[in-house]
Design a protein around this ligand. Structure first.
Ligand code: AMP
Length: 114
C-alpha cells in the first residue's frame, strides 16, 4: 500500500479530522486517537515515507525537523520529561505505514518497553 493511502495520508489531505497540535511546511502533529498516556501526540512528515528504514540521505532535513518538532510539542504540552518513539516495521509494533514519531508523557514511563 502506498503510504499516501494510509489513514495519516487521509488526515494530511483533510479527508478525516484530527486534533491538531502543531503544523509547519514539513510536518503535522496531532493527538493519538488511542492515547497511551495523558499526552500522546504523533508527528508525521507531509512526505509519505512508509517507515524510518526507507528514509534516505535526502530526508536529512525532514528527519531533523521531526525531532525538533517533537521537542516543540513537548514544550507546548508543558512536559518536562517525555519519550519519543518511532516504530519501524510490523514486528516493532508499527501499524500505520506512514512514518510517524510518538511524543508520550504526562505520567512515569517504564523502561525497557515491551
Ligand atoms: P504505530 O503503532 O507506531 O504505527 O502507531 C500508530 C498510531 O496511530 C497508534 O498509536 C494509533 O492509535 C494511532 N492512530 C490510528 N489512527 C488514528 C487517527 N485516525 N487519528 C489519530 N491517531 C491514530
Amino acid at each position: 500500500m502506498a503510504s499516501s493511502d494510509t489513514i495519516f495520508g487521509r488526515i494530511l489531505r483533510g479527508e478525516i479530522p484530527c486534533q491538531e497540535v502543531y503544523a509547519d511546511d514539513l510536518c503535522l502533529a496531532f493527538r493519538d486517537v488511542n492515547p497511551q498516556a495523558p499526552v500522546h501526540v504523533l508527528v508525521i512528515p507531509r512526505e509519505p515515507i512508509p517507515q524510518l528504514g526507507e528514509a534516505t540521505d535526502a530526508h536529512q532535513a525532514l528527519l531533523g525537523n521531526l525531532l525538533l518538532v517533537a521537542a516543540k510539542v513537548a514544550r507546548l504540552e508543558g512536559l518536562e520529561s517525555w519519550r519519543t518513539v518511532i516504530n519501524s516495521g510490523a514486528e516493532a509494533g508499527q501499524t500505520v505505514f506512514h512514518l510517524h514519531l510518538h511524543v508520550i508523557g504526562g505520567r512515569p514511563l517504564a523502561w525497557p518497553p515491551g
